[in-house]
Write a protein that binds this ligand. Structure first.
Ligand SMILES: Nc1nc2c(ncn2[C@@H]2O[C@H](COP(=O)(O)OP(=O)(O)OP(=O)(O)O)[C@@H](O)[C@H]2O)c(=O)[nH]1
Ligand SMILES: C[C@H](OP(=O)(O)O)C(=O)O
Length: 204
């Protein structure tokens, strides 16, 4: 299956700014992108990066600097199924993605914590996306209005997209190779304290 991986490479991961500077956010977001591409390939998918600027990866890249929703909608609408998998799913494994790709439904959606839509499989030509805000609810409504069946995919690994510093805890505990190693090499460690586990940065 063709798998579109949106990647905003111009100014990625601004919500991690309290923790990582702009160059580090670019490097870390590339490590996550490469982990996601590897997992998709191992799951049997054919990844294509849909980026807002050129990016150096070993799969085809389409550059489209329109807003995310417009760029993704241009990839939908054909007769063949298409998946959309976000580039910041640092916990995604080949096994989870294979299960996602094999789940039946006109629209199969993996919700993100906080209301987003972290991954989609689209098998209906009239379905379109509308990202941001509580997009998982909007995508259910769009599917209903289109007459497409909507199936929610239940997965911890696909629910965690890496937006906020607290999400880095999940990467250190469950992340794929490059993302987890990038954090470790850059001094990001678990803070096991007394309460909820957090992250700290050891500056060298
Ligand atoms: N092609 C494309 N992808 C985008 C764009 N904005 C975000 N993305 C990608 O869409 C997915 C979800 O992105 P977000 O977490 O909403 O945004 P972000 O830019 O990564 O992070 P923030 O700056 O913290 O909002 C990630 O895979 C991003 O790389 C865009 O304008 N164009
Ligand atoms: C693109 C957006 O991602 P979030 O901002 O929720 O990470 C969404 O999934 O609608």
């Amino acid at each position: 299956m063709r798998v579109v991986v949106p990647f905003g490479g111009r100014s990625p991961k601004t919500r991690l700014a309290p923790f990582l500077d702009a160059d580090e956010r670019r490097d870390f977001s590339l490590a996550m992108l490469r982990d996601v591409l590897t997992a998709i390939e191992r799951a049997g998918g054919d990844p294509v990066v849909l980026a807002d600027a050129p990016v150096d990866v070993e799969v085809p890249v389409t550059v489209d600097d329109r807003p995310l929703t417009d760029a993704v909608n241009d990839e939908l609408g054909g007769d063949e199924p298409v998946a959309v998998v976000m580039a910041d799913l640092a916990l995604a494994t080949p096994e989870t993605l294979e299960r996602l790709f094999e789940t039946a439904g006109d629209v199969v959606a993996a919700p993100g914590l906080g209301g987003g839509t972290n991954a989609l499989v689209v098998r209906h030509p009239d379905f379109s996306v509308d990202y941001h805000g509580a997009s998982i609810a909007d995508h259910r409504t769009i599917a209903d209005d289109t007459g497409a069946s909507f199936v929610e995919f239940d997965s911890m690994r696909l629910a965690v997209d890496i937006d906020e510093p607290s999400d880095l805890v999940e990467v250190l505990l469950h992340g794929q190779e490059r993302s987890r190693e990038w954090l470790a090499e850059n001094g990001v460690r678990l803070d096991r304290g007394d309460g909820r586990v957090g992250v700290v940065r050891e500056r060298r």
